[in-house]
Design a protein around this ligand. Sequence first.
Ligand SMILES: *Cc1c(COP(=O)(O)O)cnc(C)c1O
Length: 381
Amino acid sequence: MTTKKHGLNTICTHTGEVKDTQFGGAISPIYMTTSYPYMDVDSKRYPRYFNTPNQQAVAQKVAALENAEAGLLFGSGMAVISTTLFAFLKHGDHVVLQNEIYGGTFNLIVEEFDKMGIEYSFTEGIEPIHFEEKIKANTKLLYLETPSNPLLSITDIKAISEVAKRSNILSIIDNTFASPINQTPLDLGIDICIHSATKYLGGHSDISAGAVASSQHNIDIIWNKAKNLGGHLSDFIAYLLERSIKTLGIRVERHNLNAQTIAEWLENNNAVEKVYYPGLQSHPTHHIAKKQMHGFGGMLSFELKSEFNASEFQKNLKLIKPSMSLAGVESTILMPSLTSHGLLTPEQRKEMGVSDNLLRFSVGIEDVKDIIADIENALKI
Ligand SMILES: *Cc1c(COP(=O)(O)O)cnc(C)c1O
């Protein structure tokens, strides 16, 4: 379908756009119609068939960005993740998942899979051997996520895709944190690439959406499940997502630059115990990040020294907003110990490397000097 003939920013701006044949307007018109002709047409259009013009426009754009044959859009990241997993897994099958994965995905697995008779194992680490050692005769797929949340660990995408290929099973990646600007996993041998488009693809903290990109064959299989489960994106939100992705390339470039600058500044700050950012030389998996990422992303985490109180620090911030979610143009910060990891005991958190003084920082596109001044000021109070 789409090939990566153009550069990423040109794809962001143009690929997939719906031609306005009536008035010749420059951008995709919004088609809110739920009722289309069914006689003498190539494809019967209906929102829950995931094939309305505005849905297809963005699906093509995401597919082109991921260097994939095809894509599908959903109403949330979890709608894509659940639909894709259920499309390829049935009663009696087994799946191997990376130990550090998004909390919502973890909940989906542990709360729903037993009921459906689907077996699962979490890896004990992020090395290829940790995935390989969990594969059984009934394993159907491997699931990874890199950079991970909240410690930004980097899994070797190519090595894991080779583990999957050797065992003749599918590989799925959650590429949300990197965005297709920083990382294109299908080029590294992964079969299916998933995004919570609520994050960088949307990028303005105002829409909920999800996307998947893969071969036409895999997308057909996912589509077959999707039309039964529902979970499609409204055409209006698809239009907003198309609008957002037009600036994805330049937004992510700025997120990368700001995050790198702030990570280096934090690393040299006396109040900071540790900084987790794949772009730092000191990051344990920096060498893998350098190999597989085009940029290191806008997400970082840091731990304040014990004489500081992360909760007080957050309250002192004026520009950076303590908020849930991530990847908007505005800087936001949260404490995993109070949110994603809040139900664990302090000991369990410590074991995972998620200390109570850890802050996860979604670096925005503001002027970096203002972000740094805000942190500096909040530490002084
Ligand atoms: C937010 C997120 C999801 C889930 O996406 P929703 O749009 O909230 O359903 C999945 N994976 C990662 C890495 C995320 O950050």
